[in-house]
Write a protein that binds this ligand. Sequence first.
Ligand code: HAM
Length: 417
Amino acid sequence: MYKAPRGTHDIYGQMALGLEKLDEISRKVFKRHNFKEVKTPIFEEAALFTRSIGEATDIVEKEMYLFEDRKGRKLALRPEGTASLVRAYIEHRFDMEDPVNKYFYCGDMFRYERPQAGRYRQFTQMGAEYFNNPNPTADAEIILLAADILSQLNIKEITIHLNSLGCSNCRPIFRQKLVEYFSSINDLCEDCKRRLEKNPLRLLDCKIDSSKFTNVPSMRQCLCDDCKNHFEQVQALLKGAGCNYVVDDKLVRGLDYYTRTVFEIRSSAVGSQDAICAGGRYDNLVKELGGQNIASVGFALGSERVLLAAEKTGFFDSIKKDNVIFIAVADEELVIPAFTFANNLITNKDNIIEKLNLPKDIIVEGPFLNKSLKSQFKLADKIGASKTIIFGKTEYDQGKILIKDMSTQEQVLINLH
Ligand code: HAM
């Protein structure tokens, strides 16, 4: 028997409804902040990711799904959305087309990670990228936008971790301090030893060695005046908006394109994979990938992790019950008019939904053949129908049908035409 590949899931039932609802809520929030949707392909040239995410990152070193197509092109399933959005931004000259460059995306990402609760090989991200705005207001807007989505989902137990990684002027100083610091520590794990020269910042969130690191140099001590100012203004804007956060010197992120602000939103309601959303500023990436000098900032939230957190606050209970209308026939002779009636309801022919005073978003089920009226009622109950419309011979001959309210059991006779 075949099974879904390790780290992937079939999405159905409650989870499918949850993802739909999350999508609906996030879209509303994105649009209110004037972000427009962009859909990019799920695979790209592999080099796009290697170049943007960084060669010495976990994603590029060991997590990409790489393949060659029939013409030998080296492709990769996207492990994240930012690189693709930047590629699309440059390719279509959004900077020339749009006066404001704010975009959002929603889609599946692929990483060959060790699966566990909240960590999958195929997962969904909803993300936003704000291009062409170097000002701290853009960083603050991005963080508030992410927080806004989480608050609309009633996810309250979150902590926003904030840090600045500086720029190409001040980061090398920090980097040098880190190399000196880590070189003085014995018995680093193999990954840390390997990364020490190539990517010393990554050592800061090593899960194996972190307990050995005390009094680590912090980026904050090394920030140049411009970066320091920028970071202070981001914080002042967040404070002004009443947004709580903690400054976290150890936050370095797993992708190399960041400059200045980085952040991660963690939820205490999920297990060890507690980062439900993350992002930051990437002022050099557009240029590095062949575009103009365009400073940008963005984030992505992991939909599955967000739903794990939302589950704890009753999100799934709040998903409105569907308005299912069940069409029952008491006499098989009436199947044709009942079937026609069901189809008229589905297509809302002649505004029948409004005329019968039914809810706008109805779902129609039935009629069924070869079932007693009793078993039709049972089925209506099982699928949670709010109303059952009954075609009975006597009533139908008088041009009428019965509408039964399934919660009160009350029945009303109405004219069919
Ligand atoms: P990231 O931190 O790699 O950042 O991923 C963002 C979020 O995606 C994580 O916080 C987590 O919720 C979710 N996520 C990541 N990996 C997995 C996984 N294996 N299974 C389930 N969920 C996962 C980025 O991807 C950046 N592109 C964010 C960004 C946008 N920065 C600037 N703009």
